[in-house]
Write a protein that binds this ligand. Structure first.
Ligand code: SF4
Length: 347
């Protein structure tokens, strides 16, 4: 059962009938795939899967610092569907639909049926023309929404258009499909992902190790076997993954599935999401704790998208301060060392 309504949530035993949820649903779309539904433990009031996907009245509470466009996409959008924030890469947002709707989504005001919709053929033409006429664009990042909701035929058509642009060398997809609807990742989809003939990267969005079901693992294996480079994308979320055991298992799970840990996002200031936010100090302590605990292969970069469209900043714990000849370096256990060491430290 693909749940899209409050009635569906009630029928599945995930919520009680609650008028406040109708108000939430009127603002923010609901979506839970059968795969995700099977992962939710309805008897656990703190279930990390339910917390990510089942709406709550807390979403009606907005705080002063929250904003509809938390990472400033719109201020860098020269044509519909394109975000050109950094010189060598653009986002191409062809579709604003997702198989699931995450309750913490940073683009929650833009996705779903009331959102920005799907690019019309004329808008897609203009977006592709923009990419073709800017030869500094080395990488095109397909995001949205979730680009893998498109049929393989439509994806392949889009990829064929990028194939003709010589300066584009990398095509990257950001998607939750491999974990929330893994059956979509079939041979036709994989062919479509590679149809540009460019180097294909795919960022898998997962936030809890339980998302690595046998079906999800198989989907990631099919993509890795097909030569698609896989990187990870997670959001640090209170009550979902804000403890070192869960984060460590999540990052190890990525590596076990040939997904290179990449970004751990500090949660953005999206409306009605304050119940998901952790402090930056806590995030820094968590990423520091990961360093000693698990392999170097499993270390994500902890990033903040600076509100207003100023791009990402690496906010992992600063491990070195000072200037030439007088550095202090903090090790993974929190101890401070001088660099270079004093002469009598020499062994
Ligand atoms: S899949 Fe991505 S874009 Fe869609 S609701 Fe979740 S976070 Fe937002």
């Amino acid at each position: 059962m693909h749940i899209r309504t409050v009635e569906g949530l009630v029928a599945a035993g995930l919520v009680d009938d609650d008028a406040a949820l109708d108000a939430v649903a009127a603002k923010y779309v609901i979506g839970i795939t059968p795969t995700v539904l099977a992962l939710i433990d309805a008897d656990d009031p703190n279930d990390p899967m339910a917390r990510q996907f089942v709406p709550t009245p807390a979403e009606l509470e907005t705080t002063q610092e929250e904003r509809a466009d938390p990472i400033g996409d719109l201020s860098h959008s020269p044509v519909e569907g394109i975000v050109h924030r950094y010189p060598d890469r653009v986002l191409l947002k062809a579709v604003h639909v997702c198989p699931v709707y995450c309750r913490f989504c940073f683009r929650r005001e833009m996705v779903g049926p009331q959102g920005l919709g799907t690019l019309t053929p004329a808008q897609l033409d203009a977006a592709v023309d923009y990419i073709a006429s800017h030869d500094e664009i080395w990488e095109v990042i397909l995001t949205g929404g979730d680009p893998l909701v498109l049929s393989p035929r439509r994806l392949a058509e889009m990829m064929a258009r990028l194939a003709g642009i010589a300066h584009v060398r990398i095509v990257r997809f950001h998607t939750r499909v491999p974990v929330v609807e893994p059956e979509r990742v079939d041979a036709a989809m994989i062919e479509a992902l590679k149809a540009s003939g460019k180097t294909t990267y795919l960022a898998v969005h997962a936030n809890h190790p339980r998302e690595f079901t046998p079906m999800a693992r198989a989907a990631m294996a099919r993509m890795a076997d097909a030569g698609i480079a896989l990187v990870s994308q997670s959001v640090l979320l209170a009550g979902v993954n804000d403890d070192v055991e869960t984060l460590a298992a999540l990052m190890q799970g990525f590596v076990e599935n040939r997904v290179q840990p990449y970004y751990l996002h500090h949660p953005d200031l999206a409306p009605g999401t304050s119940h998901f936010r952790v402090s930056i100090a806590k995030g820094q302590a968590l990423v520091s704790a990961l360093r000693g605990r698990i392999s170097g292969l499993c270390q994500p970069v902890y990033v903040l998208d600076i509100p207003g469209g100023h791009g990402k900043a690496d906010i992992g714990a600063a491990t070195i301060v000072g200037d030439e000849g007088h550095y202090s370096v903090r090790d993974w256990q929190g101890q401070i060392h001088r660099y270079p060491p004093e002469t009598d430290d020499k062994v």
